[in-house]
Design a protein around this ligand. Structure first.
Ligand SMILES: Cc1cc2nc3c(=O)[nH]c(=O)nc-3n(C[C@H](O)[C@H](O)[C@H](O)COP(=O)(O)O)c2cc1C
Length: 435
């Protein structure tokens, strides 16, 4: 029965007969239209089903309209000047109308030597700031998604080619540059050997993070995420695989966390209190001698105590030797998010093979994470959020008005492609025409 149709048991007999007659007429019309090739939308999704994924979420002074986040994704498509190019307008414009409440711009270098490749984004000069300011303003013309940016220093993973150029270290003669790290240990034997940072060098990098955050604020970003995962500089301090220092920044977990915590505290002071500041951390290095989940929990607790608003619980990137990866099943890192959330009480974004709306919804509903970050799922389907709202019966009104005619309640084709669990529209004709 259609959800808006009253139960026959509640109708007087005459009304009941009238309703049966109307139902027979509707069925006849439906059969006739089907014969002519039309597809009739019959659905239950006008019933309002509770969806945890589409509840709003307050993160510091920012209210996210739902729990879906576009996770940062390096595009390696900036100019050699580190500034955004038309590709970024296309890519982030598309992400910003995906239905996600928050889009986080890719790892963006806080200094020239903090880039991964020569074509990484940077936010360390005025031209980069101006170009990003324009991008943010342009996107806001059409999208209500919150916009964040991930600030990063590549450390010993800098000065390399993009994977589509074959990867590997760039020599100076190829436009490469000297790299820095906690210890003079290359990631791979044939990669550039980084210089071990002294405390002056660390202070300079801390200040680069602060300046980049100030620029991000002026650009109009709502949120900053500090990248302390995947083997980049801040994570390489926390991980015992890359940090063999014997001073106050190496050895015990307290010492290994010291530099990233100093950076986080300095950025916290500089970044507006009402704007969320997060950090992406490694929950594990997938290595028997690497960072452990227990250590990540302690790191999360310390981050919370200095005012970090959320952590993203990722993993890996610390090297390929003796890697002990689990099978890459959907949600394979969600357990990390759950543990860190439980034991730190900081807000957590889960990432890693979060694929379907139902899976994402159940992660939030079960309290495993506050937010779900999707990367490849959004590349694959830049309308992921729209379809999730339709599948979960959420009235999320995510379609930009320019695209409203493709909504399931206006376009019969939607049900043909995505299944018929969608609502008939009050505004559409029975033949699927839209007004
Ligand atoms: C093309 C691409 C680029 C990425 N770049 C970044 C990045 O800039 N910063 C980061 O923290 N993670 C980066 N990641 C990791 C994603 O943000 C995400 O955590 C990971 O891909 C798992 O999510 P998924 O299974 O939804 O793709 C990247 C992933 C992809 C596929």
């Amino acid at each position: 029965m259609h959800p808006l149709q009253p139960s026959p048991g509640t109708l007087p007999r005459e009304g009941h007969l009238r309703e049966r007659h109307a139902a027979r007429c509707r069925a006849a019309v439906t059969r006739a239209l089907r014969k002519r090739g039309y597809f009739i939308l019959t659905s239950t999704s006008t019933q309002s089903r509770a969806s945890a994924l589409f509840t709003s979420y307050p993160l510091a002074g920012l209210r996210l309209s739902n729990r879906i986040v576009v996770s940062p994704m390096c595009q390696y498509s900036a100019g050699q000047d580190g500034a955004v190019r038309p590709w970024h307008a296309m890519h982030y414009g598309s992400c910003a109308i995906s239905g996600a409440a928050l889009v986080i711009v890719e790892a963006t270098a806080v200094s020239a030597d903090g880039r991964i490749t020569p074509n990484c984004l940077g936010l360390y000069d005025g031209a980069q700031e101006a170009a990003l300011t324009k991008l943010v303003a342009d996107i806001r013309t059409y999208s209500t998604a919150a916009l964040g940016i991930q600030l990063s220093h590549a450390g010993r993973k800098g000065s390399i080619r993009a994977s589509w150029q074959g990867g590997g270290s760039l020599a100076d003669s190829e436009g490469g540059w000297p790299t820095v790290a906690p210890s003079a240990l290359p990631l791979h034997a044939d990669w550039r050997v980084p210089a071990a940072l002294d405390t002056l060098g660390m202070r300079r990098i801390r200040d680069f993070f602060v300046e980049a955050a100030q620029r991000a604020d002026r650009c109009g970003f709502d949120l900053v995420e500090l990248h302390a995962a995947h083997g980049y500089l801040l994570h390489s301090f926390v991980s015992p695989l890359s940090n063999t220092r014997t001073d106050a920044y190496g050895g015990s977990l307290d010492n290994r966390m010291r530099f990233p915590l100093e950076v986080a505290a300095a950025v916290r002071d500089a970044w507006p209190a009402g704007k969320p500041l997060g950090m992406r951390i490694n929950s594990t290095d997938w290595h028997p001698e690497g960072l452990t989940l227990d250590e990540a929990v302690v790191f999360g607790q310390r981050l919370k105590s200095i005012g970090i608003d959320y952590v993203t619980t990722s993993a890996g990137g610390a090297g390929l030797e003796r890697l002990q990866m689990p099978p890459l099943v959907p949600g394979y890192m969600v357990g990390f998010a759950e543990r860190v959330r439980r034991d730190t009480e900081v807000a957590v974004m889960a990432v890693g093979l979060i694929l379907t709306p139902q899976q994402a919804d159940s992660i939030v509903a079960a309290g495993q994470a506050d937010l779900v970050g999707l990367a490849r799922g959004v590349i694959d389907n830049p309308r992921w959020g729209w379809h999730a709202a339709n599948a979960l019966g959420a009235d999320a009104r995510l379609y930009p008005r320019q695209y409203a005619q493709a909504r399931p309640d206006r376009w019969p084709g939607y049900a043909r492609i995505h299944g018929d669990d969608v609502a008939p529209t009050p505004g559409a004709g029975a033949d699927g025409t839209t007004r």
